[in-house]
Design a binder for this molecule. Sequence first.
Ligand code: SF4
Length: 226
Amino acid sequence: MRSSSTAKKSRAESRAVRQLEAVRRAVAPLAPPVSSFEASIRSTPFRILVSVLLSARTQDPVTEKAAARLFAMADTPGKMALLSEAEIARLIFPVGFYRTKARHIRAICRELGGGGRVPQTLDGLLRLPGIGRKSANLVLALAFSRAAIAVDTHVFRISRRLGWTVGRTPVEVEKELKGLFPRRKWSEVNQVLVGFGQTICRPIGPRCAECPLERECPSSIVTRNA
Ligand code: SF4
């Protein structure tokens, strides 16, 4: 016989999987910027790594154009290492912190060396300059199809709004989400919730009336004002 805590966990998991799927279906026709961005960078692990680094604190359409300019000049670590920091900065402007990112990109190219192999582990990626936990998890999911959950501002906010998590830090939220969702769903969480955050569950002024979860979300403005 299953214990009550196992049954409760199983119900919570089923509900979260169903809700994620409902959100995915609602967001798909809205073509959020993240879909175009992720489609544009799905190529080599190196290009994904650099694009993810560029995307920090930068809107997806701006990142997409900056990455295209940079890769048109150099699309491998060997070629990119031949560019000066100033050239890289000029190519990626106006992404946020473009000077710092240019420095990190050069350092990464030197670190990867002639072979240019991008690390396939969290620890290996975290050792690269400018790559934090969120970026490393995103690279693992996008470049290597690994089970990983990248907790960015959208994932953090929406997980808490929906009552999936209560953690106060991205690491706590990542751990809770990994406990809630089955492993096969981990890499979907970021992509679905980022698109949702860009279109419906926005940081300010969420469009609860258009949300497929408005009747069951504990943060719904619609049910709260009813
Ligand atoms: S009901 Fe509102 S707050 Fe809740 S998930 Fe939907 S948009 Fe976000």
